[in-house]
Design a protein around this ligand. Structure first.
Ligand code: MEV
Length: 465
């Protein structure tokens, strides 16, 4: 199994040039909505000072970039799902539960600008990812690739008298078994997907055989399809093995569905300017070296790797949730992959090194089982809206996976840069204070003063997105 080292031949190449594509609106005044400015595709995700605008002004800018229907706009207020719909999605419904939805800015993935919908309750996650994406943009943006969307059905066979013989018989029947599996998924076959390969594993248990069926799920996350395959083959497999079938379910360690993302950050953009007496200044080289040291700490120590990966999942989950995907599946896959690397230790999903030219190079590799079709999209107007915001980046499961991986790498970069310099609390708490000062009913204590303070906090930060 691959791990996020720096030698993998499959790494996506970084863009050769470093175009710092800046929107014509960059010079617009901080308070005005630059609605007269045409939005070019190469600057779609650059909206300087977005955080200073009101919610209505931000929506106006969003509508300049994305063709939103009335239903889309309504979803921004309602949260995207009515209780009567929720009642048909899960059980015992008494209402709906909303999260803040924000836009991740500055993202450029494989040369394409993309606005990223992020649903998250933690302050500073969206600002930090946007800020890191701005730095990566100056190194040419994120370079990503993704495997075919392969999910794996796992069928456990028990009481097998001779596992080696069972393996030989199952492998000999592989074509028949794949055809049986395909017959259960006619619509997937029409779309060009379907069962691709069968694999037999012998575990430590003397009488257990495990069969994996790898299924190309095309644009679906695929859990239901893969579970159907597992159940449909179980009896035939048990007969071939001379045993009985045990569990029949997908594995969330979907290590044939990886996304790989690379980023280069020019050392000059990494520096942290000093602010009065309160903070030290850090040169770009200091910050780069601190980030590389933080990466090596995570590579050496599983306790640190867990927190390092949590920072990655801050960004990943926010997009997975906004797009209506199964974040528990993505979490399970991420952490299983971090642990099951053959190195005997839980490892970071992204690592950082100094490149030959002195720039900072980051590389992420992790499973990304997400889809752009499926039941949640039918039920949830917010998920449909998220797809509209993503535009071409949500036209296939692999395109979406590459964007999500990029947001994960950006979140990791932002966290390590903060940890390697001032620590996270100063920036984090400035944003956290705004929600901490809400009264129990969610009303602002002193709305006008708070709004002014927000502008002050953020306006003086050199790294405001
Ligand atoms: C907090 O949500 C995430 C961090 O702890 C990640 C990290 O330590 O790398 C800041």
């Amino acid at each position: 199994m691959a791990s996020p080292g720096f030698t993998s031949a499959s790494s996506p190449p970084l863009p050769a040039s470093a175009p710092a594509s800046v929107s014509p609106s960059a010079s617009a005044s901080a308070s005005a909505v630059p609605s007269e400015v045409a939005v070019t595709d190469s600057a779609r995700s650059r909206i300087p000072r977005f955080y200073r605008l009101s919610i209505d002004e931000r929506r106006e800018l969003l509508r300049e970039r994305v063709d939103l229907s009335e239903a889309d706009v309504a979803a921004l207020d309602s949260g995207g799902i009515h209780p009567s719909v929720a009642d048909r999605v899960v059980e015992n419904v008494v209402g709906v539960y909303a999260l803040p939805l924000g836009l991740g800015l500055n993202f450029q993935v494989n040369g394409r600008d993309v606005l990223v919908p992020m649903a998250v309750e933690e302050p500073s996650v969206i600002a930090a990812a946007s800020n890191a994406a701005r730095m990566v943009r100056q190194g040419g943006g994120f370079a990503a690739d993704a495997d075919e969307p392969i999910m794996t059905a796992q069928i456990e066979l028990l009481g097998v008298p001779d596992p080696a013989v069972a393996r030989a018989r199952i492998e000999a029947a592989s074509d028949e078994l794949l055809a049986m599996a395909g017959a259960t998924l006619p619509r997937l076959l029409e779309r060009g997907g379907g069962p691709r390969e069968l694999e037999v594993r012998l575990g430590n248990h003397p009488a257990r055989v495990i069969v994996h069926v790898h299924v190309d799920c095309r644009n679906a996350m695929g859990a239901n399809m893969v579970n159907t395959v597992a159940e449909s083959l179980a009896e035939r497999l048990a007969a071939l093995a001379g045993g009985r079938s045990g569990l029949r379910i997908l594995t969330n360690l979907c290590d044939r569905r990886l996304v790989r993302v690379r980023a280069r950050v020019p050392v000059a953009v990494l520096g942290v300017r000093g602010e009065g007496d309160a903070a030290e200044a850090f040169s770009g080289a200091d910050v780069r070296d601190g980030i590389v040291a933080a990466s090596q700490f995570a590579e050496d120590d599983p306790y640190r790797a867990a927190t390092h990966n949590k920072g990655i999942m801050n960004g990943v989950d926010a997009v997975v949730i906004a797009t209506g995907n199964d974040w528990r599946g993505v979490e399970a896959g991420a952490h299983a992959f971090a642990a099951a690397n053959g190195k005997g230790q839980y490892r970071p999903l992204a690592v950082w090194r100094t490149g030959d030219d002195g720039s900072l190079i980051g590389k992420l590799e992790m499973p990304m089982p997400v889809g752009v079709v499926g039941g949640t999209l039918k039920a949830h107007a917010g998920a449909r809206l998220a797809q509209r915001i993503l535009g071409p980046a949500a036209t296939s499961a692999t395109e979406l996976a590459m964007v999500i991986g990029s947001v994960g790498l950006a979140s990791n970069l932002a966290a390590l840069r903060a940890l390697a310099t001032d620590g996270i609390q100063r920036g984090h708490m400035a944003l956290h204070r705004r929600s901490a000062e809400l009264k129990h009913d969610g009303q602002a204590t002193r709305p006008q003063e708070r709004a002014a303070e927000h502008t002050r906090d953020r306006g003086t930060k050199e790294d405001s997105p």
